[in-house]
Design a protein around this ligand. Structure first.
Ligand SMILES: C[S@@+](CC[C@H](N)C(=O)[O-])C[C@H]1O[C@@H](n2cnc3c(N)ncnc32)[C@H](O)[C@@H]1O
Length: 291
């Protein structure tokens, strides 16, 4: 009780309420059940600091009021809660070896096959954050389409659960100094430079927007997409998920890929010991095994 009380008084200098045991336990369970994110006790300070901003934005006096809001209407606050506690860090051509594999090997093969069969090509950027990943994929795809198969129906689906991240992805406007991973040639080709009050900003080319469909989606919920994908990029997303959530998600990804479809994970993520549907075929690159 004493420990709990000590967490419920305002912290001097922090200017806000503290996150008590009961509320933190509720939040941990809630976040695990709805976002798949396992928060350790060590994350209390971080969660408190980040959620304080949500409390202020919502005009709530303490964390108990925030937990009450989550109990009443879990779906309404889910995206903002997830944004507050997870990281949206991303960049253009992050982990560039994945893009090299696509450009040099996979897209030429896939597009040749689609041309012959008349099939369509689909790539899913699951956990797309502010759009750098799907737009980088779109640059590589647009160039490959021009070179190998202009008529092929090809699209990238980009999903995330964070409303703020999705708003950034839809806007598609980035500070020029965030284009570090993009070659000079691609910068010229795929970005429109801002002028006047937009100086220092770059906007993605309309052709990239055409190729990318941006949709909200919590990966733990139902997936409304009816078709299957040639490749799924789910990079730097499952890193905070607990083991059962990862196992379930990888099984579902296998069900959403074409035979021998590809799954790309982030640099510190692995499927080791979690799934038998895939074979490791490159650095954090997995191919679905034939049935
Ligand atoms: C670190 S970013 C990774 C962005 C990009 N994939 C990359 O590797 O650069 C992680 C993203 O996963 C999203 N995310 C986390 N949990 C999610 C979930 N349950 N459903 C959908 N997106 C989720 C976050 O909102 C965040 O935008």
């Amino acid at each position: 009780m004493a420990a709990n009380l000590s967490h419920e008084v305002a912290a001097p200098g922090l200017g806000g309420p503290l996150l008590g045991n009961r509320d933190f336990d509720f939040l941990r369970e809630f976040v695990l059940a709805h976002c798949g994110i396992a928060l350790s006790e060590q994350k209390r300070q971080l969660v408190q600091g980040r959620l304080l901003r949500r409390l202020r934005a919502l005009g709530l006096k303490d964390f108990s009021a925030y937990c009450e809001l989550l109990r009443r209407d879990p779906d309404a606050e889910m995206g903002d809660l997830a944004s507050a506690i997870s990281t949206n860090v991303t960049s253009f051509f992050r982990e560039s070896h994945h893009y090299d594999l696509l450009e040099q090997t996979l897209l030429p093969q896939w597009l040749a096959e689609k041309r012959r069969s008349g099939g369509r090509l689909r790539i899913w950027s699951a956990g797309c954050s502010t759009g750098e990943e799907p737009y980088a994929l779109a640059m590589v795809l647009a160039e490959a389409l021009e070179k190998h198969a202009p008529g092929v129906d090809a699209k990238i689906l980009a999903t995330d659960l964070s409303p703020q991240a999705l708003a950034g992805a839809r806007e598609g406007v980035y500070p020029v100094d965030k284009l570090g991973g993009v070659s000079a040639e691609r910068r010229r080709r795929w970005f429109l430079r801002g002028e006047g009050s937009y100086a220092g900003l770059a906007c993605v080319h309309p052709r990239l927007r055409e190729l990318v469909a941006i949709q909200p989606l919590n990966l733990l919920h139902e997936w409304p997409m009816s078709g299957v994908f040639d490749a799924i990029f789910c990079r730097n997303v499952v890193i905070y998920f607990d083991k059962p959530t990862k196992e379930r998600l990888f099984r579902r990804y296998a069900g959403k890929l074409v035979p021998e479809g590809y799954l790309f994970l982030g640099h510190s993520e692995s499927m080791h010991g979690l799934n038998d549907d895939f074979a490791l075929v490159g650095r954090t690159v997995y191919r679905k095994k034939p049935a």
